[in-house]
Write a protein that binds this ligand. Structure first.
Ligand code: MN
Length: 411
């Protein structure tokens, strides 16, 4: 293939209808951020498209649910599209699970450079630069895309497939597409990037992580296409709030002051790394049983959290500590498992269950019907497939039971 080099921007899962979620309490000074982060991240996406003078923008599904996002978000989107249109930057937008193009408010007219790519469109769209065809774009599910294999749309075009489903290795290798733009995963990932395989299948992830589980930097991807069709990816951050999971390992010699110092050092490192965004940190302290038990039983965890928030949470580049948890590095005393008490009975039961093949769903039948998802219980369902995570959950259950059933005793 030979043609002019060009670059385009890939984004997906903007979910303008979905604010940040999944924390117990939101401090007043971060309320606005929690609500507006998706829109602010999307604004950075469109700013990048303009600054980088891209040829076009691919929006691979889940941009917004028009009803849930409301008129302000729809208007915002149209304004951004107009900014792009003024610069002759096209948009190719394929539907994900939240948007149905028939729901788009008819009063809001889209610039003509914005192209919906839906299943009903059987011919690929051909993107042209000054009348010269540069690339073809086609969207759909995999069975649909199969029909478009092997260049029915002209021999020499760079051929892009938009899909929310990941194609098989075989389809990537022999499908006849130059590039697969994927959506729906929310985390950045490249499905196929093997040496010698010139076709890449890539999901840029959401421009903004929404909950503690969507940790790490989020953004969009700038794709450079050379004149021989070779493709390189350049990740670009757009998130205004980043979810961070920090694990701090300590041992029995670690004193309270040492732990606080460790936390302060790490928090100031995060502040230096995180220019231009707020970091939302979940701290997990591992090991160090003497300090650990003080954190669990007493006021230490609360005090540390309060000071971390005060020292780092109100800066311009703020590092907001959401929670501070402790994970024991060692097991509960073996004698507790043997005793004829409520505590002993509970611990034996938990130990038996964690060694059995019971799925977590079997304990809470409602989970199976999926009707608790809206309450945020989905996280527990996801965890069910992860052995390590299940073990941690059972350890936490045993610890909690020991706290509650030990009375004033410590042994
Ligand atoms: Mn999505």
């Amino acid at each position: 293939m030979s043609g002019s080099p060009f670059r385009f921007l890939q984004a997906s899962d903007l979910h303008l209808e979905q604010p940040l979620y999944g924390v117990e309490e939101i401090p007043d000074h971060l309320r606005e951020l929690f609500i507006e982060a998706p829109l602010r991240a999307a604004k950075r996406l469109f700013d990048l498209a303009v600054d980088q003078e891209v040829e076009f923008v691919l929006l691979v599904g889940d941009v917004l649910h028009p009803f849930q996002a409301g008129p302000a978000a729809c208007t915002f989107l149209v304004e951004q599209f107009q900014r792009l249109a003024e610069r002759e930057i096209s948009v190719y937008w394929s539907a994900g699970s939240v948007e149905h193009f028939e729901n788009w408010p008819v009063a809001l007219e889209l610039p003509r450079q914005v192209h919906f790519c839906d299943q009903t469109r059987t011919e690929p769209l051909v993107h042209q630069r000054e009348g010269v065809p540069l690339a073809s774009v086609v969207a759909g599910d995999l069975s649909n895309l199969r029909g478009h294999e092997h260049g029915q749309d002209g021999a020499d075009l760079y051929r892009i497939a938009l899909s929310c489903e990941a194609p098989s290795e075989e389809m990537i290798l022999h499908g006849g597409f130059s590039y697969w733009a994927l959506g729906g995963r929310h985390q950045r990932c490249t499905v196929s990037d093997r040496p010698g395989n010139s076709t890449i299948a890539h999901d840029a992830g959401s421009p903004q992580g929404r909950c503690p589980g969507e940790e790490g930097s989020h953004g969009v991807t700038l794709i450079h296409v050379e004149d021989d069709g070779s493709t390189t990816l350049e990740p670009m951050a757009t998130d205004v709030a980043t979810w961070v999971q920090e694990r701090v390992e300590i041992d029995d010699s670690t004193a309270e002051e040492d732990l606080e110092e460790l936390l302060n050092v790490r928090a100031s490192e995060l502040a230096n790394e995180g220019v231009g965004r707020t970091q939302l940190v979940t701290w997990t302290i591992v090991g160090g049983d003497s300090v650990g038990w003080q954190m669990r039983r007493g006021v230490l965890a609360g005090n540390l959290l309060e000071r971390l928030r005060k020292n780092f949470g109100y800066e311009e580049t703020s590092v907001w500590s959401l929670t501070l948890n402790w994970e024991s590095g060692c097991d509960l005393p073996a004698s507790w498992y043997e005793e004829e008490t409520l505590r002993g009975e509970f611990l034996r039961h938990a130990r038996d269950l964690s060694g059995s093949d019971h799925s977590l769903q079997s304990f809470v039948p409602e989970l199976e019907e999926g009707n608790l998802e809206s309450l945020g219980v989905k996280a527990a369902v996801d965890v069910a497939d992860d052995g390590e995570e299940t073990e941690r959950l059972f350890r936490e259950v045993s610890l909690l039971a020991s706290d509650l059933l030990s009375g004033g005793r410590s042994g």
